[in-house]
Design a binder for this molecule. Sequence first.
Ligand SMILES: Nc1ncnc2c1ncn2[C@@H]1O[C@H](COP(=O)(O)OP(=O)(O)OP(=O)(O)O)[C@@H](O)[C@H]1O
Ligand SMILES: O=C(O)C1=C[C@@H](O)[C@@H](O)[C@H](O)C1
Ligand SMILES: [Mg+2]
Length: 179
Amino acid sequence: MINAPTIILVGPMGAGKTTIGRLLSQQLDREFFDSDRVIEENAGADIPWIFEKEGEEGFRRRETQTLEAMLSEEQLPIVLATGGGIVMMEENREMLKQQPLVVYLFASVAQQLQRTSKSNNRPLLKQGDPKETLTRLFAIRDPLYREVASVIVETDSRHPKTVANKVMDAIKKHLATEV
Ligand SMILES: Nc1ncnc2c1ncn2[C@@H]1O[C@H](COP(=O)(O)OP(=O)(O)OP(=O)(O)O)[C@@H](O)[C@H]1O
Ligand SMILES: O=C(O)C1=C[C@@H](O)[C@@H](O)[C@H](O)C1
Ligand SMILES: [Mg+2]
C-alpha cells in the first residue's frame, strides 16, 4: 500500500479514467469518485440530458462547480476520475495544477475510437464523424492534459488491470523522486 495523496485522472474519452480509477481505488482501499457521475447525481439527470437542456456551456459550469467542491472538501485521499473535457476551462486547469498527483491517461485516437464505440452516452460523439471529432479534440486537449499532469501513462494495453499496475508503478516512481 502506498501513502499517496489524492489521485486525479485526466485524459480523453475512452482513455479509461473511470475503469482504471475504480481499479486503483480498490487496490489502494480508497473511495472512488467520478466527476461525471457526481454531476449527474447533483443534477438528477444524465449527461446527454444536461447537454440537451443546458448546452455544453451549462455542463462545463456544473463541471467546474463539482471539481471545486470536490477539491476543497476536507477529505481523506481519494481517487478521482474526471470527464474528458475538464481541461477546457482555464479555472479547472488552475485547480488541477495545484494538486500534487494528476495522472494523464494517454490513449491514441484509434484506441479512443474503439473504446467509445460501444456506448452512446457521450453527446460530443453523437454528431458528425466520431473519428474527426476525437482527432480535433485530441489536438486541442493533449497539450492541456500535459500542462496539468505530473505523471503520464500510456494505456494501449488491452487489459485494464495491466494499465492500473502501470499507473501504480508510475505513481510510486514519481513520489520517490519528489522526496
Ligand atoms: N486498458 C483498456 N483496455 C481495454 N478496454 C479498456 C481499457 N480501459 C478502458 N477500457 C474500456 O473502454 C471503455 C471506456 O472506458 P472508460 O469509460 O473508463 O473511459 P473514460 O476515460 O472514463 O471516458 P469518459 O471521458 O468518456 O468518461 C469501457 O468500455 C472500458 O471497459
Ligand atoms: O470529452 C468531453 O468533453 C466529455 C467527456 C465525458 O467524460 C463527459 O464529461 C462528457 O460527455 C464530455
Ligand atoms: Mg469516465
